[in-house]
Design a protein around this ligand. Structure first.
Ligand SMILES: [Zn+2]
Ligand SMILES: [Zn+2]
Length: 356
């Protein structure tokens, strides 16, 4: 296959939007690298934090870390995939050499952000390059968009693993965005009871009808702490997951601590604002032996990478990934795609995918 000299890419502008440009092709610079033609990439909540936010340091950058596509070329040491294979891409990549990478915890590599943004996390472009051990084959019947959002499910399974969530526990998920909904999907597979909370009805209805929730709570209409206490015989939930973060962190953290049981866990999944310093009722945490569990990205769990575990579940038809995708746009319409994802009250969007 003759490869082009340039690729189309959505490049960040000074206003924090995108413009489509021709940029140089990425090259296979390592013997274990593969070149992937991007077919699907997800608009992530973390991408929306910088949508229409002017950031001089981001001008010209190419983003997009939830990706799937076709392998088009491989380095000489690559044995797990070949050109023509359809793959999901785990874009959480470390240097491979530091202590954290050597023990399989590549999501904690100090260079993770830099390395992934120079390799696979350029999904809003036509081609990406990166290490072959971070791509996973998918069969023909699995869509690229679905495979791309295994990045979302990866974070959620990491939350399940970090908190040892298992059958018959009562779990509260605050925030019914893609992370919260994918977490509910996995909570159900784990056999736990999932209560999900949001401030808008549409994703709660989706949680109830499509994924299956033990209970949904619109916190603008019902006091969520009171309701969770009623549902747990006054003890509180075994786990509470904050899947919102950002500016809502102070309110949600307080709610979470108020609705978790003694010896329970509060997991922080939604991204924190830079320099976030949150006040918590530490005495309550101390006396109740309540754990605070931060969850950031994913890596290996026991024998397998967490990204592979969720991709296997997707292949077996266990996830509601297809139903989560409400909107699909071509790369040329990426600004419209971001607008749709950002304005979910108007658009009823859950997961927005760029297709190529
Ligand atoms: Zn993401
Ligand atoms: Zn490293």
């Amino acid at each position: 296959m003759v490869l082009p000299k340039t690729r189309k890419a959505a490049v960040k502008t000074a206003e924090g939007t995108f413009e489509i440009k021709e940029v140089p092709m990425p090259e296979i610079t390592q013997p274990d690298y593969v070149l992937v033609k991007v077919r699907g990439s997800g608009v992530c909540g973390s991408d929306l934090h910088s949508w229409k936010v002017p950031r001089p340091e981001s001008v010209g950058r190419i983003t997009g870390h939830e990706v799937a596509g076709d392998v088009v070329a491989v380095g000489e040491d690559v044995t797990n995939v070949k050109p023509g294979d359809r793959v999901g891409v785990d874009s959480v990549i470390g240097c491979g050499k530091c202590y954290w990478c050597r023990v399989g915890q590549y999501h904690l590599c100090p260079d993770c952000f830099k390395i992934r943004s120079e390799t696979f996390a350029q999904g809003f472009s036509e081609y990406i390059v990166g290490p072959a051990d971070h791509v996973y084959k998918i069969p023909d019947y699995v869509g690229y968009g679905e495979a791309a959002i295994m990045d979302v499910y990866g974070t959620s399974i990491h939350a399940i693993n970090r908190t040892n969530t298992h059958m018959d526990q009562t779990v509260v998920i605050i925030g019914a965005g893609p992370i919260g909904l994918s977490l509910l999907d996995l909570v159900n597979i784990a056999g736990a009871k999932g209560i999900i909370i949001d401030v808008i009805d549409h994703p709660l209805k989706f949680a109830e009808k499509t994924i299956g929730a033990y209970e949904t709570i619109n916190s603008t209409k019902v006091d969520p702490v009171k309701r969770v206490m009623e549902l747990t015989d006054g003890r509180g939930a075994d786990k509470v997951f904050d899947c919102v973060g950002g500016g809502a962190s102070p309110t949600i953290l307080k709610q979470a601590v108020d609705m978790v049981r003694r010896k329970g866990q509060v997991a922080l999944i939604g991204a924190m604002r830079p320099g976030a310093s949150l006040s918590v009722d530490w005495r309550k945490l101390h006396w109740g032996e309540i754990d605070v569990v931060p969850v950031s990205g994913f890596y290996h769990w026991e024998n397998d990478p967490e990204f592979k575990i969720v991709t296997d579940l997707l292949i077996k038809g266990k996830l509601h990934a297809t139903e989560m995708i409400t909107h699909r746009f071509p790369l040329e319409k990426i600004n419209e795609a971001f607008e749709t994802a950002a304005d979910k009250k108007r658009t009823n969007s859950i997961k927005v995918i760029i297709e190529q």
